[in-house]
Design a protein around this ligand. Structure first.
Ligand code: URA
Length: 434
């Protein structure tokens, strides 16, 4: 087989066969297909798409490109959660310890930032000493003892996705439904959990801009998971404005800490309670989502969720006191408010652009291996539906470079739209595929 022939075949709109997909993934993983050819293939897929059959074959080929984790050493029904990516999406930082605090065995594999969206692994590295490289023994031990472990994708867990994810991030080929479905589900299948709760984002800050596309993506992932024998639920949630107020790695960690202490933004708390309720029921720790929500709320209120978070930070090499003193987390040199030059109700926030402001400040990757500045980003003062007066601060920008700060300010200003009347409130949870 020849990669150039496969690129041309895809470019002309034909479906690749199971053998071709398996060959392509094997050769790419082993370094015999160069990045430039795989970039061309990814771009062809973006224009032409993939059939459901191709997507399933791509998922399976990527899942089997490395180790398939054996989590049988973990007691109970192991539950994983994954988000399709959003702006200010710090859900896992709150949800994983919260679910663990009510006894759900959370065995989670997380990723780094992708495109304009952030990644849990980068965020967790805001804790000095925190390690996301756990041996399989440590991973199993931590879930058995404190009910939670979050690891980065090890070199040998779906290595094909690891290479492709980094390649797509810097070649403008992230936002394709089949590529997203295969990327997420290959990792989930390889990482061995029994049940998976997916948070599929929809809206301007998501890869799937329309509810229709988000639903198709959710259905595709649920069906791939079920074929592989997993207990699946997908929640479709709003990403037409950042989740919570903070956007940027360490800034999001600080907001997650507040949420675990019961003092977080309403939308973030609502989302973790919904996702957490499905995780809790799947793990057999509650009879119904309603009972699960009560358990999770109690845990936030009693401090148990925050305590589990601290145990988790300690178990993975960080200092749990940093969670009590978030001022010890990375801090940017400059913090400057962005003042509104208009007055009215905020009726729209260009969320993808807000994510790009964070990238511009250095909060994401420009190239495959470029470092991420964990301290930079922005904290909104207002969300959709709020009334803002002229001269009032819309957000505070956190930067380490004066030029980038000025550029970010100009760009962020254009992200807000105003109206004279209050816009209708949109529900956070758009649909559940259960
Ligand atoms: N998250 C992933 O793991 N992969 C994608 O392609 C998009 C979001």
């Amino acid at each position: 087989m020849n990669m150039c022939d496969l690129i041309v075949k895809k470019k002309r709109g034909h479906a690749l066969s199971e053998e071709e997909i398996q060959w392509m993934i094997r050769e790419y993983t082993d370094g015999r297909i160069p990045d430039y050819q795989m970039s061309a293939m990814m771009m062809a897929v973006c224009f032409v798409g993939m059939t459901a059959e191709e997507t399933k074959e791509l998922t399976l080929a990527m899942a089997h490109s490395g180790d398939m984790l054996d989590l049988s050493g973990i007691r109970g029904i192991k539950v994983d959660k994954h988000s399709t990516g959003g702006v200010g999406d710090k859900t896992s930082l709150v949800l994983a310890p919260l679910a663990a605090s009510v006894g759900v065995p959370v065995a989670k594999m997380s990723g780094r930032g992708l495109g304009h969206t952030g990644g849990t692994i980068d965020k967790l590295e805001s804790f000095k000493g925190f390690s996301v490289s756990l041996t399989p023994e440590q991973f199993v031990h931590n879930v058995n003892t404190i009910h939670i472990a979050i690891a980065g994708q090890t070199a040998n867990l779906a290595p094909a996705d690891k290479k492709l994810y980094a390649l797509r991030d810097v070649t403008g080929t992230v936002d394709q439904m089949s590529l997203i479905a295969a990327s997420i589900m290959s990792k989930k299948l390889a990482s061995g959990a029994d049940a998976i709760v997916l948070d599929v984002k929809t809206g301007d800050g998501a890869f799937m801009k329309s509810l229709k596309d988000a639903r198709s993506l959710a259905e595709e992932m649920v069906s791939i998971g079920r074929l592989a024998g997993k207990d699946m639920t997908a929640v479709i949630s709003d990403m037409d404005q950042p989740l919570g107020y903070a956007v940027g790695n360490a800034l999001e960690v600080k907001e997650a800490i507040l949420t675990l202490q019961g003092k977080g933004p309403k939308d973030l708390e609502e989302l973790v309670l919904v996702l957490g309720s499905y995780m809790t029921v799947k793990a057999g720790k509650a009879e119904s989502p309603e009972e699960a929500v009560c358990m999770l709320k109690d845990s936030l209120k009693s401090g148990k969720a925050f305590q589990t978070f601290q145990e988790f930070i300690r178990a993975q090499g960080g200092d749990p006191d940093d969670a009590v003193h978030p001022e010890r987390l990375p801090q940017a040199a400059f913090q400057e408010p962005l003042l509104s030059d208009r007055e009215g109700y905020i009726c729209d926030i260009h969320t993808e652009e807000v994510g790009k402001v964070c990238l511009l400040l250095g909060g994401g990757r420009e190239k495959k291996d470029s470092p991420v500045d964990l301290s930079v980003g922005l904290v909104l003062n207002h969300k959709k539906g709020d009334y803002v007066k002229k001269g009032e601060a819309l957000a505070v920008i956190h930067a380490n470079d004066r030029n980038r700060l000025a550029e970010a300010g100009k760009k962020l200003e254009t992200c807000f739209e105003f109206s004279e009347t209050r816009p209708a409130a949109e529900p956070l949870i758009k649909a559940v595929i259960d």
